[in-house]
Design a protein around this ligand. Structure first.
Ligand SMILES: Nc1ncnc2c1ncn2[C@@H]1O[C@H](COP(=O)(O)OP(=O)(O)OP(=O)(O)O)[C@@H](O)[C@H]1O
Ligand SMILES: [Mg+2]
Length: 241
């Protein structure tokens, strides 16, 4: 039986300006329920790649499918959770953790009015999952950077995503928080079967949880279990060249 993959890119080319390809001939298939790390040097095209996956950018040529539908016209957009690179609330907005997370639920439920009881439960559940119950009603700006990141992850979770894309969620986050984030994602993956694309050039924290590591450098230069990564790619001077 052929199962439709969650994500399917086929021979995708993309550039922001004519004549300057950022991605070239990228093909990538992610099955539902996979936990994939995406790594590579700065400017390698990781963010661009996930934006194409989510249908936020369209390939110049080739195809991008989500569950078999063209990604930019995907009909179940609410089932996508996206934590963009350097997600910020901006300035000193007074919103509390709960309000930020609730915004994720509102966006998903397509609501404009107050949240229903079930929505409020899902918001509380998402806050608990990331371990922020004690600061749920504190303004986000009073939290440390790592805790703010967890609040944004809870925001994405409140929408009950079937696909969760996290772009550099551990920027500015200490090693201990990176480990706890990795463990959190592992639980989401194994308990809820969420398909996860985790972008980072520091994949050490998730290495033991992911089935696949994809290295992006204009094209996909490696795609396989992290332990099969050729040794040369572990060399930082090479990875960041
Ligand atoms: N909005 C944009 N307009 C023009 N060029 C862009 C834009 N976004 C990215 N680029 C260029 O596309 C290339 C790939 O960028 P991208 O952000 O996808 O890389 P990345 O792997 O996510 O890098 P980083 O590790 O720094 O986040 C880079 O050369 C970048 O300068
Ligand atoms: Mg990026």
């Amino acid at each position: 039986m052929h199962v439709i993959p969650a994500v399917a890119l086929e021979h995708v080319d993309f550039g922001y300006a004519p004549g300057r390809r950022v991605l070239e001939d990228v093909s990538l298939e992610v099955r539902e329920g996979e936990f994939v790390a995406i790594a590579g040097p700065n400017g390698g095209g990781k963010t661009t790649l996930v934006r194409i996956v989510l249908g936020l950018e369209r390939p110049a040529s080739g195809t991008a499918l989500l569950y078999g539908e063209p990604a930019h016209r995907f009909s179940r957009r609410r089932t996508l959770g996206y934590l963009a690179q350097r997600a910020e609330l901006g300035g000193d907005a007074p919103a509390t953790v709960r309000e930020v997370v609730a915004a994720g639920r509102l966006a998903c439920a397509g609501l404009v009015g107050p949240l229903r009881r079930r929505d409020r439960e899902l918001v509380a559940e998402a806050i608990a999952r990331v371990g922020l119950e004690e600061v749920a009603d504190a303004p986000l700006r009073t939290l440390s950077g790592g805790m703010q990141q967890r609040a944004f992850i809870a925001k994405a979770l409140a929408g009950e995503p079937s696909v969760l894309v996290l772009d550099e969620p551990t920027t500015g986050v200490d090693v201990e928080s990176q480990e706890s984030l990795a463990a959190l994602l592992d639980r989401l993956h194994s308990e809820l079967g969420v398909t996860i694309l985790y972008v980072s050039h520091e994949f050490g924290a998730v290495e033991r949880f992911v089935q696949r590591l994809v290295l992006v450098r204009r094209g996909i230069v490696f795609d396989g279990p992290p332990r099969e990564l050729p040794h040369v790619w572990h060399d930082p001077s090479h990875a960041h060249a």
